[in-house]
Design a protein around this ligand. Structure first.
Ligand code: COA
Length: 329
């Protein structure tokens, strides 16, 4: 049976650090409140000349290298982002040009679930033989849509990028099962109201701060835990596995309390088997967070042969998803 694998990973974080103490000088908040409520200590911010495409390109080059391939081996590019350089053309086309390659390239928007949605598409493409080496890039310049005078959102989000190469050939993580979900009835709970065709940019939309993301954080919170857990259970059922077969859990790095609540539902996993340091260092990087966490975990060399990793994510839409991969060295 043809089996898609993640054969290379990469990530990129901008150098500039925004700490909780910096935020204390910008809005009415405290390091203690942010750490207790979110687990975040600091996040990265892109410079003015860094964009979703340039950060994504940097991550993509590392992933291609890690896969022991060259850019010309890539025959399809999928970019998951909710902060594209432009509404059009796609960020994927900009990255394709920067890599100097041909083939289809498109953006795909599933908010924080983008990496897992991307894995599902890439798996289908390589397993049905349409493309050989699909590059997934998840990249976000969330600082471009965050209102740094709104304490309920500005403490949460950060910038960063991740990428992976999905292929049939080579060593890596076999993508055993992917399950996706969505529920548009909750669209208003996490939304960028301005800039689309419903509210194109006008002086009024700018005055009303409609080009900044808006989030009902506590509502999002409840839905996130429930849907991430059920997506993981769907993957387990799909593969006829038990919870105890999971060796590692990489939840979307949205909030340490969400991660902890999810970890309690998979209580056989010890604390070090649930990835949670990424939220502390980088904040919520939306589509990029799972890819960054996966890249760091792989580079630390901790994942043993045949161990299974579960990814699960949740984001605006609402969208959610989970995937189970197995390390095949
Ligand atoms: N500093 C200090 N106080 C703050 C604050 C901040 N940065 N942000 C909000 N508060 C205040 C609120 O104004 C509120 O005050 P009130 O009780 O006087 O009205 C109080 O803290 C509680 O607010 P609430 O929104 O209920 O806090 P919370 O515990 O839900 O934490 C989030 C807020 C955003 C950290 C949390 O809801 C969260 O992380 N949600 C999930 C977000 C997420 O994952 N989004 C992306 C999905 S991919």
């Amino acid at each position: 049976m043809k089996q898609a694998k993640i054969v290379g990973t990469g990530s990129y974080l901008p150098q500039k650090i925004l700490t909780n103490f910096d935020l204390q000088n910008m809005v009415e908040t405290s390091d203690e409140w942010i750490v207790t409520r979110t687990g975040i200590h600091e996040r990265r911010l892109a410079q003015e000349n860094e964009f979703t495409s340039t950060m994504g390109l940097a991550a993509a080059k590392k992933a291609i290298d890690d896969a022991q391939k060259i850019p010309q081996d890539i025959d399809c590019i999928i970019v998951a982002t909710l902060t594209p350089d432009y509404i059009f053309p796609s960020t994927a086309c900009l990255i394709q040009h920067a890599l100097g390659i041909n083939g289809p390239a498109f953006d795909m928007q599933a908010a924080c679930s983008g990496y897992i949605y991307g894995l599902s598409i890439a798996k289908a493409f390589v397993e049905n033989g349409q493309y050989k080496n699909v590059l997934i890039v998840a990249s976000e310049k969330l600082s471009s849509i965050v209102d740094y005078s709104d304490r309920t959102t500005c403490v949460v989000f950060g910038d960063g990028a991740a990428a992976c190469v999905v292929s049939l050939e080579g060593k890596g993580l076999s993508i055993d099962s992917v399950k996706l979900g969505a529920s548009g009835e909750y669209a208003d709970l996490l939304i960028l109201p301005g800039g689309g065709c419903r509210h194109p940019a006008t002086h009024e939309t700018v005055d009303q701060k409609m080009h900044y993301l808006r989030m009902k954080g506590n509502e999002v919170f409840k839905h996130a835990i429930r849907n991430m857990e059920s997506a993981v259970r769907e993957c387990l059922a799909d593969l006829h596995l038990e919870e105890s077969n999971i060796d590692w859990l990489i939840p979307h790095q949205a909030n340490k309390r969400i991660i902890d609540a999810l970890a309690k539902r998979f209580s056989h996993l010890s604390e070090e088997k649930v990835v949670q340091n990424v939220i502390s260092k980088y904040g919520n990087t939306s589509a990029s967070s799972i890819g960054i966490a996966l890249d760091e975990l792989r580079k630390e060399g901790k994942v043993q042969h045949h161990e299974k990793i579960v990814f699960t994510a949740f984001g605006a839409g609402f969208t959610w998803g989970a995937a189970i991969v197995t390390n095949q060295k």
